[in-house]
Design a binder for this molecule. Structure first.
Ligand SMILES: Nc1ncnc2c1ncn2[C@@H]1O[C@H](COP(=O)(O)OP(=O)(O)O)[C@@H](O)[C@H]1O
Ligand SMILES: [Mg+2]
Length: 315
């Protein structure tokens, strides 16, 4: 029986309210002015889902939102990129999460209200939802307080239901890295940390030593390494993919999520390891040519144009 979706993305949802060109850093009891403001869909999971849909996979999202304007903005942003939102749960009990970003010269301060995303729990991810997709992707495990303790069960359920799986852990804001990878990774087909996250998880200070810690129980491990590109340990050998050189980086917000979307798009189509890495590196680099995580992924036509004109790459 054919399934309606290629990938079910389970994860956090929030908006980013970004204030730029602030005349002075705010102090308690005083007021400062910002010259520029952007309100946009944030969250690693949503950037991943959005860009994966743009490059051609059929994507559904499962997460939690409040019944508020920020929730509406996120729904319409996902829908505008073709992501199915029928599995997104909304309730009045908690408002939609938001990150307020204050950009001040080279520095920034951020305040996050997690809100509804904290309240996604294992029973929300029903067997019915899992069965509609071929692949499960989860991002930002440390931001999902209600789901964290049940991640092993979630990934095991997905594997038992015949899905392939991937996990981008993202940074642990508490820097505790308190996860039993030995139990979790056997159910994760593609584990996708960046180099700093992998080092922190394993308490090692280089790639080889860090990989050696998880090799006995990991399947595929993709390690993102910024402008050095990415590595893939596939259980047999360590492959390296150089980054596509972008001399004019606008910002690298969401580069890792965009990398994930390119890699997983190829992975679920059965492409070779090197082809998955190469397309991930391409979508990661494309991400850096426009502001934010989804700016370069407005349409497949735009992605192809940037690939051809900036990176001399056609697909
Ligand atoms: N400045 C850059 N130029 C070209 N490609 C980049 C650049 N920064 C990131 N990338 C690509 O995006 C991928 C993910 O970026 P990275 O910063 O390592 O992830 P994360 O955002 O998770 O920290 C990299 O592996 C690389 O292929
Ligand atoms: Mg990342």
């Amino acid at each position: 029986m054919s399934k309606p979706f290629d990938v079910l993305v389970v994860g956090e949802l929030n908006v980013d309210l970004i204030l730029n060109q602030i005349d002075k850093f705010p102090e308690v009891g005083k007021e400062v002015l910002a010259d520029n403001m952007t309100l946009t869909m944030g969250s690693s999971s949503a950037i991943f889902a959005s860009n994966l849909s743009t490059v051609g996979s059929r994507v559904a999202f499962l997460g939690r939102l409040g019944h508020d304007n920020f929730g509406d903005l996120i729904l319409s942003s996902l829908q505008a990129r073709g992501v199915d939102t029928t599995h997104i749960l909304r309730a009045t009990t908690h408002n939609t999460g938001a990150t307020i970003v204050l950009n001040f010269s080279e520095d920034r301060a951020m305040v996050t209200y997690p809100g509804a995303m904290n309240h996604l729990t294992l029973p929300d991810i029903t067997a019915d939802a899992l069965q509609k997709a071929r692949h499960l992707h989860l991002s930002s495990m440390f931001l999902q307080a209600g789901l964290r303790k049940d991640l092993v069960t979630l990934f095991k359920n997905a594997k038992d239901a015949g899905l392939t799986t991937s996990l981008d852990p993202q940074w642990d804001p508490a820097e505790q890295w308190n996860v039993n990878l030995q139990q979790l990774l056997p159910h994760v087909d593609v584990f996708m940390p960046n180099i700093n996250e992998l080092k922190a998880f394993t308490r090692q200070d280089d790639l080889t030593a860090a990989l050696n810690v998880i090799k006995p129980f990991a399947r595929n491990v993709v390690v993102k390494h910024g402008s050095e590109g990415a590595y893939l340990w596939n259980g047999k050998e360590l492959l390296h993919q150089p980054a596509f050189l972008n001399k004019d980086v606008v910002d690298s917000i969401g580069a890792g999520d965009s990398f994930d979307s390119g890699f997983i798009h190829k992975f679920i189509s059965g492409a070779s390891d090197q082809a998955c890495l190469e397309f991930g590196a391409l979508t990661g680099a494309i991400n850096t040519t426009r502001p934010g995580g989804t700016g370069a992924f407005e349409s497949l036509a735009l992605v192809k144009t940037i690939a051809a004109t900036t990176f001399n790459y056609s697909f």
